[in-house]
Write a protein that binds this ligand. Structure first.
Ligand code: DGJ
Length: 736
């Protein structure tokens, strides 16, 4: 017996080199109510990323503590560290030069701590230290129990004697080993944001990155899903999802190595961003927001929506007002009388918030077009002789709230501000200024600029307590970066310090004005990430208000971001961006899928159209709690063949739902749509009522009928009217 054991041990010693396998001595579980990440601490004190998926039973330890991986040729096992650092051939999550010039880092477990942040949030901090250097790295997780979301960020503290130079520091790393990986990501441009693309990842590196500094999400978004082994489905299959909460340059990389392992790295883009960290200084990365579902991407979206409403959105549990925004109604061409008329009309329509867009400011350089005036935030005396406060008070008398547009991050070269503070403008040394939309960016790395922004915000809101909404715009990207404020040897800090400066401004503003509603606009969809969103109440998803385009934009956007925050406005036909005609009902039915608003001159709606719009606004008000606070179920994807789209919102109690279906192709005489509903209680009975019924169309055949949740989910509804722009909105109400 003893001889056998000795032989076995000898054989094992030959097969497994001594340094190859380091048994686990402990595990760290980061769990929510349904999900879990598990890390183990190896005998050699490396922290190994073992698992991310559905929660394991507490006694499921044998596998994680003992499983052995294939060996590499250097004798190392193919297990992944929680935060891989430079030195190996893997793309590192951390790459830096130590104070003595050494370019590798080797991190080992020191300890970990678990603490309850509140009743729903558990923080786990895994502390690592380099084997040879006084360099500390903490990987910090926050697990949101109810929403099944886990955030991850990294804090690096330099305790070396000299400064270290960080070339790259990711927020998170996730290794996966599946047979196939299907990546869903988002791309586009102005007017066509958040287009969705799913592709099979192949060996090599796929990277998604923003280098525009601001307007970071106009063309790609730092949100993605990876579906394992098959394309993502709504209700089945394993899907991993991540979204980086950062409003600046970012980089996501998806690398399949020769072993077939997918390495996902996400964080600040290292592009031109080398950073010096002084002794005793700590640098913290933005958070990566993770979730997972073994039942398809529908659950992924619902996890993000729940988490966002609670943790990444201002006033996420409060019903949003119906807005009339002046931009497409008047552009720069208005005066006090015109604005007051619009407010009167808005009140007639049942609108609850009037927002005065661009063009209200500038005196030496009046803002009558987009060439001048940014920076001079005083009401134009000719257009608005009594100032902003007067209009806000007028709106208040009419029962409306009042909001105003700003673009405080920017300055027009033709402005009093640029004349006074040329040193505040972002520029690359002596190079010429590069204008975009005739404007420059203010250098937010400079605390004086941050103060100016907070004070200006305060001044504008100070003109009346009735200004309760701000549309925060930002209409250009940064190129030719550089700062007169930062020292020469810190110019590469610009990209990160700008965004941290912006966040500091947001923080201060939010502290001063906790109750004001702030819209994250950024040219429409240009800055749509959880980092910025948490300071705002909503975002403007796109400048494109064309209903057909919006079906796609909102479909992609709502994969991650909830309807309550999705500014979605009815505009005039033909549409100003696409010149496309569509019926008013269709425009309302699409816009009702988000936070409803109007973006037009109300006087342009007369007769039947005016009546329809008034009724639709009232109808929306009745059902908006379901849309804004309920659960989204996607039923028919506009990306599928057929020219249809459908989705529904279900109240948390499952006692009411709103179903929306759109046709956007000509379906001839013969084709019609059938689709199953989702998310209802199969044991409940629901009465169907058609909302916004189309004039002249016969009532829906199911009008007033009572269906079981079971038949609605197993058989479904059909749509027989299927012209190009036919649409249907149904309310389902549970009856006792
Ligand atoms: C871009 C925004 O997205 C529009 O809604 C409008 O506010 C214009 N800027 C004003 O300049």
């Amino acid at each position: 017996m003893r001889r056998n054991i000795v032989i076995t041990l000898l054989l094992l010693a030959i097969i497994i080199p001594a340094k190859a396998y380091s048994a686990a001595t402990g595990e760290i579980r980061v769990g929510t109510s349904e999900l879990e990440m598990v890390f183990t601490i190896a005998e050699n004190r490396k922290v190994i990323y073992q698992y991310f998926g559905d929660k394991l039973s507490a006694d499921s330890k044998t596998m994680l503590l003992n499983r052995q991986y294939k060996l590499r040729r250097d004798g190392r096992m193919l297990d992944a560290e929680v935060f891989p650092s430079a030195g190996d051939f893997l793309d590192p999550a951390l790459q830096l030069t130590h104070s003595d010039g050494v370019i590798t880092t080797d991190l080992y477990y020191v300890d970990h701590a678990v603490a309850n942040v509140d009743a729903n949030t558990v923080e786990t901090r895994i502390n690592l230290r380099d084997a040879l250097y006084a360099l500390d790295v903490s990987v910090v997780f926050k697990a949101y129990q109810k929403e099944n979301v886990i955030t991850q960020c990294v804090e690096l503290t330099n305790h070396e004697k000299g400064s270290v130079r960080v070339e790259r520091i990711a927020s998170a790393y996730l290794p996966l080993h599946k047979r196939m990986y299907y990546l869903t990501h988002f791309y586009g441009g102005w007017g066509g944001e958040m287009k969705m693309e799913e592709e099979v990842l192949t060996p090599g590196v796929k990277s998604i990155e923003a280098r525009t500094g601001i307007l970071n999400t106009e063309s790609v978004n730092p949100s993605f899903m990876v579906s394992a082994d098959a394309p993502a489905q709504e209700n089945s299959g394993e899907v991993y999802a991540g979204s980086l909460a950062w409003s600046g340059n970012y980089k996501l990389t998806f690398e399949i190595d020769k072993y077939g392992i997918l390495h996902i790295l996400s964080g600040i883009n290292p592009y031109a961003s080398g950073r010096t960290i002084e002794p005793d200084e700590t640098f913290a990365t933005p958070e990566m927001v993770w979730t997972y579902s073994s039942a398809g991407r529908g659950q992924i979206s619902r996890n993000y929506h729940d988490w966002c409403r609670r943790y990444a959105l201002a006033h996420g549990d409060e019903i949003r007002p119906v807005v009339l925004n002046s931009w497409e109604g008047t552009y720069f061409d208005f005066d006090e009388k015109k604005v007051m008329d619009m407010i009167d009309d808005a009140a007639d329509f049942g609108v609850e918030m009037f927002v005065l867009d661009d063009g209200w400011f500038g005196n030496k350089y009046p803002r009558n077009d987009d060439r001048v005036g940014l920076g001079d935030w005083q009401a134009n005396k000719k257009k608005l002789p009594h100032g902003l406060g007067y209009l806000a008070d007028y709106a208040h008398e009419k029962g409306l709230k009042f909001g105003v547009w700003v673009e405080l991050e920017m300055v027009s070269p033709k402005s009093e501000l640029a004349e006074k503070h040329p040193e505040w403008i972002v520029k690359s040394g002596e190079r010429d200024l590069l204008l975009v939309r005739n404007q420059c960016v203010l250098d937010l790395t400079n605390p004086a600029v941050q103060d100016y922004m907070v004070e200006t915000f305060d001044d504008i809101l100070g003109s009346s307590p009735n200004i309760t909404y701000v549309k925060w715009d930002s209409n250009r990207f940064i190129n030719n970066p550089g700062s007169e404020y930062l020292p020469d040897d810190r110019q590469t800090h610009f990209w990160v310090d700008y965004i941290n400066g912006l966040y500091s401004v947001y923080e201060r503003i939010r502290e001063m004005y906790p109750h004001v509603t702030i819209q994250l606009c950024s040219s429409g969809g240009g800055r749509l990430d959880f980092g910025a969103l948490k300071y705002h109440d909503e975002f403007w998803a796109s400048d494109n208000t064309n209903s057909l385009s919006r079906i796609f934009i909102q479909y992609g956007t709502n994969m991650f971001f909830p309807a309550i925050a999705t500014g979605s406005h009815v505009s005039i036909s033909p549409n100003h961006q696409t010149h496309m005609h569509s019926p008013l009902k269709y425009r309302f039915d699409v816009a009702m899928g988000g936070r409803l608003g109007m973006e037009l001159q109300p006087k342009d709606l007369q007769g039947d159209e005016r009546t329809f719009a008034m009724n639709a606004v009232e109808t929306y008000k009745k059902v908006r709690p379901i849309i804004q606070l309920g659960d989204l179920y996607r039923l028919v994807s506009p990306y599928d063949e057929g020219g249809w789209a459908a989705h529904m919102y279900v109240s948390k109690e499952k006692d009411a739902a709103v179903v929306m279906a759109y046709s956007f192709e000509f379906h001839g005489r013969d084709r019609f749509l059938e689709f199953k509903l989702d998310g209802l209680d199969k044991n409940k009975k629901y009465k169907l009522t058609e909302l916004n019924p189309a004039k002249g169309r016969k009532p829906y055949w199911g009008e007033g009928m009572v269906f079981t949740g079971d038949e609605l989910m197993k058989i479904g509804l059909n749509i027989n009217d299927s012209d190009m722009f036919d649409s249907f909105v149904f309310l389902l109400t549970a009856i006792d």
